[in-house]
Design a protein around this ligand. Structure first.
Ligand code: ADP
Length: 636
């Protein structure tokens, strides 16, 4: 049963190992696909969020840059018109040949230019000839230059206050030109121009991955955080525009080539992306870069501010979100698998516990059943034992009776001899008693007395014989005690002594162990010895040389009593049945076939063995092998 329990608990060796079935593969494919979709959503979400942040920060910067530009320009906007407040300027325009006036205006403009922080201030007449300039001291002073071709001067001469960004024709320095007509009494006398350097604004613009650019109404980039983009265009210029720019020399001789920038259609959330070739960014490598593009129009001047945000933070944020989503999902899947595995092992444990309980219950049931059966068996066994006991007792009684019967049989066989033995003294008694009577009659008292003494002696001898017979025929007590072997042999011998004499059998007692004792019962031991002696004598009846030898010797803890004869010995076919009851080779009436059977049984009861072997000098040897008794005792 325990094996059954163990094997049940262990389960089949493949149990618990999951096989990849089509359904499992499909399930996992769906899980992975859903996971990737979710990670993709996280990617898009993070990109959108970061892009929005970039857009907001870009828009803020644009506002700041535009504000600072407007601030700067606004500061100088009014400056040209203030020159008409100066009488010297008005006088000089009215009297251009007056050198003193020109000097005064030159100095005035120089001072004003220094205080205002502008690049140059100059005053031109209605022909566009510069009469006075703040840089009048410099070798390349504007004084005397004709600036009529410059659009801002042209516009101012037409009565339109003008603002213009361009590259200076004298020093080739870019700047913003403010031009305003100088009026007196409603009549234009000339044009005042203030040139302001706005390139310093660029320096405050972002450095790094984000780009800023400012383009004019034709799309020509004139201020930018990327030096390489300066004087590039946002698109190809039309022939008219090219002609006009050449005429006004707005950007002097710079080649106005288009920047490689491609706009994507504006997204529904108002976000627009543009891809710019990296070579255009001046970094050298020809890698297209996708950027977030935002623009702000500076309406009055028709300028356009463009802010290009680097998208790498959005990309890396999106990638991080993708990775995090993947990790989170992987963690959730592992958690789910762990929980499932735990639940499964818990279930298995519970099942094992149940099975164990079941097995235990079964075991208890079986134990109860077995106990009941055992009890039944014990009961029937004790019944059987009682029956056997009874049978054994019966057997013992029967055996004792048999032993007794055997004894009686021996006595019966010896009856003729005994009768003869008793007849002789009886005859002697008769004769002696008759003689005694005659002697008494004759008065020979002394002779009669002597006769009576002999009679008494003969009666004593007869008493010894009958005493021996009585002792032999006595029922055994069944009590075991140390028995002296030599007297027992002598007693047995006494019973066959007459036969030895009559049949002319020689007897020899070979005592190799003196004062030997064996644990047995004397009466029965004598019975066995008488049996063996009688058998030996029977066997020797047909042979001439008749010798009976009894040997007493010790072998370790055993005492051996051997009875050797010089008979024909025991043939093998007889030896096989020697100790069987009622086996005899003797004539009917001569033997019952019980002698050896009873003898063996007696010896076995003593804890000994009765053996039959060939005698060393031919004939048979019967050996009684008994446990020796070290402590001597009285002969029972
Ligand atoms: P019984 O003497 O009545 O035949 P036993 O049991 O004493 O019964 O002997 C059985 C047989 O064993 C004898 O008939 C005889 O054949 C054989 N036997 C016993 N003792 C001797 C012996 N000393 N020599 C040869 N044969 C023997």
């Amino acid at each position: 049963m325990p094996q059954a329990v163990t094997s049940e608990l262990a389960g089949p060796p493949t149990a618990g190992r999951k096989r990849w079935t089509g359904r499992t593969v499909m399930g996992w494919t769906i899980v992975v696909a859903v996971g990737l979709v979710l990670a993709g959503v996280a990617y898009a979400w993070a990109e959108r969020i970061t892009t929005e942040r970039l857009r907001v920060s870009g828009a803020q910067r644009l506002d700041v840059y535009a504000g600072s530009l407007e601030n700067l320009l606004g500061k100088y906007d009014f400056l040209p018109s203030t020159l008409e407040l100066s009488d010297d300027v008005i006088d000089m325009l009215q009297k251009p040949e007056d050198a003193a006036l020109q000097l005064a205006v030159n100095q005035h403009l120089e001072r004003l230019n220094r205080q205002a922080g502008s690049t140059t201030i100059y005053v031109s007449d209605l022909r566009g000839i510069t009469l006075a300039a703040s840089n009048w001291r410099e070798p390349n002073s504007f004084v005397g230059d004709n600036v009529a071709f410059r659009p801002y001067v042209r516009d101012a001469l037409r009565g339109k206050p003008a603002g213009f960004y361009g590259v200076g024709t004298t020093f080739l320095e870019p700047g913003y030109f403010f031009a305003h007509g100088i009026y007196r009494d409603g009549r234009m006398l000339g044009v005042a121009t203030v040139k302001v350097n706005i390139e310093k604004l660029e320096k405050a613009w972002v450095q790094g991955a984000d780009k800023v650019l400012l383009s004019d109404e034709h799309g020509v980039i004139f201020l930018t955080s990327v030096p390489a983009w300066k004087y590039k265009t946002l698109g190809p210029l039309s022939a008219d525009v090219q002609r006009e720019l050449a005429a006004t020399r707005q950007y002097f001789s710079h080649a106005l080539t288009p920047l490689d920038i491609r706009y994507e259609p504006t997204r529904d959330d108002g976000v627009q992306f543009a891809t710019i070739r990296a070579s255009a960014s001046g970094s050298g490598a020809d890698t297209p870069r996708r950027m977030l593009s935002q623009s702000l129009s500076l309406a009055p001047r028709h300028w356009q501010f463009i802010y290009l945000s680097d998208l790498s933070p959005a990309r890396s944020n999106a990638q991080t979100a993708f990775l995090l989503a993947c990790l989170l999902q992987a963690f959730l899947i592992v958690l789910y698998l762990y929980v499932r595995q735990r639940r499964r092992s818990l279930r298995l444990k519970l099942k094992a516990k149940e099975d164990l309980q079941h097995a235990y219950d079964n075991l208890e049931l079986m134990v109860a059943e077995r106990t009941y059966n055992l009890k039944q068996m014990t009961r029937s066994l004790s019944d059987e034992i009682a029956v056997r006991q009874w049978a054994e007792d019966k057997l013992r009684v029967t055996q004792n009776e048999l032993v007794q019967a055997g004894k009686m049989a021996v006595l019966g066989q010896m009856a003729a001899g005994i009768t003869h033995e008793l007849n002789q003294p009886l005859t002697a008694l008769r004769t002696m008693s008759d003689n005694a009577a005659v002697l008494l009659d004759r008065g020979r008292i002394e002779d009669a007395k002597s006769n009576l003494g002999i009679i008494s002696q003969i009666v004593g001898q007869m008493g010894t014989i009958t005493g021996q017979l009585k002792a032999f025929s006595r029922k055994s007590t069944g009590n075991m005690a140390p028995v002296a072997i030599q007297p027992a042999v002598a007693n047995a011998l006494f019973l066959v002594e007459r036969r030895l004499e009559q049949e002319g059998v020689g007897f020899r007692l070979d005592v190799r162990q003196h004062d030997a004792y064996a644990l047995c019962e004397g009466n029965r031991l004598e019975q066995v010895l008488v049996n063996l002696f009688n058998n030996a004598l029977d066997a020797m009846s047909a042979v001439d040389k008749r010798q009976l030898t009894v040997t007493i010797e010790r072998e370790g803890s055993r005492l051996l009593i051997s009875v050797d004869d010089t008979g024909p010995g025991i043939p093998d076919e007889v030896r096989a049945h020697l100790f069987e009851p009622f086996f005899t080779t003797k004539e009917q009436g001569a033997g019952l076939g019980l002698g050896l059977a009873i003898s063996e049984q007696i010896v076995v009861e003593f804890g000994g063995i009765l053996r039959a072997d060939p005698a060393p000098g031919g004939g048979a040897r019967f050996t009684i092998d008994l446990p020796i008794s070290e402590q001597g005792a009285v002969h029972g």
